[in-house]
Design a binder for this molecule. Structure first.
Ligand code: PMP
Length: 357
């Protein structure tokens, strides 16, 4: 008789049914321009590499679980008290922990759609229900989002600038929205791309959170600071929220090398922000060139652009890939193009122009 199959471990049914995060595909070779994951195209600075190397010699020891030195440095740089800061494994890790701190079964979490593709997955994983409010002309519809708040709403994401459209909400509309949202609902301003903002009308989340206990801000070292592979980001929140977040955070999550590189990046801020300004200038150039070729491109305040190509999206992505440029298609909706080095952007522009012709 064949042996009876071993009983499978019992898992949460709602979790086994969850959709999975679909990351941008790995580039098939170094020859491909990977403009699909909103990464920084520039390699780490020598000073950051030196800090990493130094810390690697201590990997037999656990890291500081509270990332204390990094927190002290950020506290000074942002002029916020240290107990308002919580570092985590990328802003994705912090997002997951914030959700766990605020929402569970029966609760609702609101966000715009389309927005960062991890939001619905992370919300489902907490057992809460995602409520998606369609963008209006590629922008957050903050009126509709405020109207959608119910007694069950626990948390609202405002992704500013929004991934994948690059559009950003302005100060007055954000403040009106925050005035309308009940104080019992946590509003999370996801500012993963904040350093790329050059429009003075876009509010700085840190200024918005100061006198609003229900507002938290997320930032990351992955994008402007170019440390995506090291996984370090942080939240700025008032003490009750920050304390709940810490309680949900995996101890020792942020590795020693990640903490060291983040600190070294703060030391090298002028050089890194100079790179950011190069990318912002390229964003303007690429936007103009794409518009001149006939593409509709919303104004972006991030390090990527959005083309709503509808059913032409897969063909555009395939044409780019055939030309050695990877962009990020989202089904039949549109494609997101990360701003790269000037050479990479030139190749993208040529490919896009040839495809449009
Ligand atoms: N928020 C937004 C809006 C993002 O686009 C991303 C990365 N794609 C993240 C958060 C997560 O970034 P990380 O975990 O690398 O800090």
């Amino acid at each position: 008789m064949p042996p009876a199959p071993a009983p499978a471990p019992r898992l949460r049914a709602d979790v086994t049914a969850l959709p999975r995060y679909v990351p941008g595909r790995a580039a098939p070779s170094d020859l491909v321009d990977k403009l699909s994951s909103n990464e920084n195209p520039y390699p780490p600075l020598p000073s950051v590499l030196a800090a990493l190397r130094e810390d690697l010699g201590r990997v037999n020891r656990y890291p500081d679980p509270a990332s204390s030195e990094l927190v002290t440095r950020l506290s000074k740089a942002l002029a916020v008290p240290p107990d308002h800061l919580v570092a985590g494994t990328g802003s994705l890790g912090v997002t997951r922990d914030l959700l766990r701190a605020a929402a569970g079964e029966g609760d609702e979490v609101l966000f715009a759609w389309r927005s960062f593709e991890a939001y619905p997955l992370l919300v489902w994983a907490t057992g809460a229900t995602p409520v998606q409010i369609p963008l209006r002309e590629e922008r957050h519809d903050l009126q509709a989002m405020a109207d959608a708040v119910t007694d069950r709403t626990r948390l609202i994401f405002v992704c500013n600038p929004n991934n994948p459209t690059g559009t950003a909400v302005h100060r007055a509309e954000l403040e009106d929205f925050l005035d309308r949202v009940p104080a019992r609902v946590l509003v999370v301003l996801d500012e993963a791309y904040r350093e790329f903002v050059d429009d003075p009308g876009i509010p700085d989340g840190i200024a918005c959170y100061r006198d609003r206990p229900n507002v938290a801000v997320l930032r990351t070292f992955s994008k402007a600071y170019g440390l995506a592979r090291l996984r370090v980001g942080y939240a700025v929140a008032h003490p009750p929220v920050a304390a709940a977040l810490r309680a949900c955070t995996v101890p020792f999550g942020v590795s020693g090398p990640a903490q060291a590189a983040a600190r070294a990046s703060l030391d090298a801020q002028p050089e890194l922000l100079h790179r950011v300004s190069t990318l912002v200038a390229e964003r303007t150039r690429v936007t103009r060139a794409l518009r001149a070729t006939g593409f509709h491109v919303p104004d972006s305040q991030a390090n990527f652009l959005w083309l709503r190509l509808g059913t032409r999206t897969p063909a555009f992505a395939a044409a780019c890939e055939a030309a050695g440029v990877m962009v990020r298609p989202f089904g039949d909706e549109g494609a997101r193009i990360t701003i790269g080095t000037p050479d990479q952007n030139d190749r993208l522009l040529k490919t896009a122009a040839d495809w449009q012709a």
